[in-house]
Design a protein around this ligand. Structure first.
Ligand SMILES: [Zn+2]
Length: 141
């Protein structure tokens, strides 16, 4: 991981740490400090996906979904992103997504993907579409 990549992630986490407390109520608060978690990175043509231990399959599936979306959204919005979109896939106490359009960065918290009340739709495909839609639509001319 390059120095610029680490700085990019630190800036993004700083931004997320300023935003998250607004959306996380006290009883749903994050219960552990993620410092020291080992991360791995895979790349596709248009994305760099970093993930924590045990989430390689989820990251690969998300990468496949993002690549499918890339040409669809690019054709629809006529936008070329300045760099590969950075994706962080982590486990946590939330199942959620966050897009930092100005940083071309997405976080996916994929806790409990098999939650039975979620219904039969594919949550991961949906959150990838939703968050990447934020990125592409706000970069569009
Ligand atoms: Zn949204």
């Amino acid at each position: 991981m390059s120095k610029s990549h680490i700085l990019f992630l630190l800036k993004t986490f700083l931004c997320a740490s300023l935003i998250l407390p607004v959306f996380v109520s006290a009883d749903q608060g994050l219960k552990y400090n993620a410092y020291g978690l080992k991360t791995y990175t895979i790349e596709t043509t248009h994305f760099r996906l970093s993930y924590t231990e045990g989430l390689e399959d989820v990251a690969k599936e998300a990468g496949d979904q993002f690549e499918k979306l890339y040409s669809i959204y690019r054709e629809c919005y006529g936008v070329t992103l300045p760099t590969k979109t950075e994706i962080l896939v982590v486990d946590g106490e939330l199942t959620n997504g966050l897009a930092q359009w100005n940083l071309n960065f997405i976080v996916i918290w994929c806790h409990d993907l098999d939650f039975t009340l979620r219904g039969s739709h594919d949550w991961l495909r949906g959150v990838c579409s939703h968050e990447f839609g934020h990125i592409v639509s706000l970069w569009s001319p």
